[in-house]
Design a protein around this ligand. Sequence first.
Ligand SMILES: Cc1cc2nc3c(=O)[nH]c(=O)nc-3n(C[C@H](O)[C@H](O)[C@H](O)COP(=O)(O)OP(=O)(O)OC[C@H]3O[C@@H](n4cnc5c(N)ncnc54)[C@H](O)[C@@H]3O)c2cc1C
Length: 467
Amino acid sequence: MSQFDVTVIGSGPGGYVAAIRAAQLGFKTAIIEKYSTLGGTCLNVGCIPSKALLDSSEHFENAKHNFENHGIIINEPKADIARMIARKNEVVEQTTKGINFLMDKNKITVFEGLGSFESATQIKVTKNDGSSETVESKYTIIATGSKPSSLPFITLDKERVITSTEALNLKEIPKHLVVIGGGVIGLELGSVYLRLGSQVTVVEFMDKIIPTMDGALSKELTKVLKKQGMKFMLSTAVSAVERNGDSVKITAKDKKGEEVTVEGDYCLVSVGRRPFTDGLALEKAGVELDERGRIKTNDHLQTNVANIYAIGDVIKGAMLAHKAEEEGVFVAETLAGQKPHINYNLIPGVVYTWPEVAGVGKTEEQLKEEGIAYKIGTFPMRALGRSRASGDVDGLVKIIADEKTDEVLGFHMIGARAADLVAEGVIAMEFRASAEDIARSSHAHPTYAEAIKEAALDATGKRALHM
Ligand SMILES: Cc1cc2nc3c(=O)[nH]c(=O)nc-3n(C[C@H](O)[C@H](O)[C@H](O)COP(=O)(O)OP(=O)(O)OC[C@H]3O[C@@H](n4cnc5c(N)ncnc54)[C@H](O)[C@@H]3O)c2cc1C
């Protein structure tokens, strides 16, 4: 029986990063993955393929609608969905192969097969052909991630009534894509097909989209996506989804309680994801779940069984790749006797629509609820020279600072490259910067980042310069 110091089950961003850090710290490390490619949801059917399609569709959108304004005249562009999907697959292949390279480089033993506990220290790996072997491990890190969830009355046939996984592999551009759920995944994949020419209708139970982000971002994103042609049915509770040949009928109740229907040729169900623990045989190790089916962990990400830890989407907290990665490093360093720390308040959230949306720290709604006195500075992207040069004028930056101390409490942005620029907010808050600190830091001109400085100037005495 092979023996290891640390065995990781699941090779998503949580698992493979935990394995690398454990190996760096001198542990004899193994990783078990049931699929033939490493990288988990994020690399295979999540972050990376969705961004590949978002980029391709954005090029198409620009060629169709924006090139002419820049003085570039081309023939009517056509979208070749088969090529777009093939390119996306190439990107995924390169990226997942990169993980194999990292496993080799760090001398991590990779087992392909389903990992299931035999006991708290023994894990059976069952391959596709039914053969199995058992590994013994001092510590185990469970990083088995999540799967798309659905509603009890919906049958996901994965042809017309689909999840994000199928939406990343469609063979045709839908005529009318109905998206159930106005969260990140629904809006990103909805944007892909909207740009490629589909009619897209988003049906959302809440009265706003991206409900966990700052209200100003939700409002602005709704406005911009409506301008792009996306339709919204808010405060609408879906009660039935029926497939009839090539069409799908969605029945729902609107906020007045009246029945409404919408019909499309595809229905993307993006109502969230559920933690995935099927097949792990947790009972054999004695590992407990919480009331929502997540693996229960304490502040050290340790389960109720002392030598077993859990990270990423399979435990509480935001289902985000970078949160899973932080937790992977955290556990490896904890096992090595270090005292790592994760500031969960400073895990940024991003939506890769265009314009991009990003936020970190407290939203205005949270501060109100917590009774913390705050001040706000905002700056519209359209007032920037950089935005006018590129034509990306939609959006704003909103900085929230403590009323008395001026410490930055929240950073929220919708605008060009917000996904990258949110890092300035994270760093500022990690170092407990004040709005004045940001306002007095030089920001290169002309850049989109100048909107951050201007919003900070606005937060500290309403002294924005270009407004
Ligand atoms: C369409 C889409 C877009 C997304 N975009 C983003 C984004 O832009 N940014 C972002 O931060 N997040 C994004 N996410 C979320 C992100 O993918 C997840 O938060 C992240 O992958 C979680 O990482 P993880 O390591 O916890 O689990 P996962 O990535 O889910 O990996 C778990 C792995 O464990 C394996 N496994 C499960 N059970 C077993 C077992 N018993 N034995 C062996 N192997 C097993 C699975 O096969 C899988 O490979 C997106 C998700 C989707 C679906």
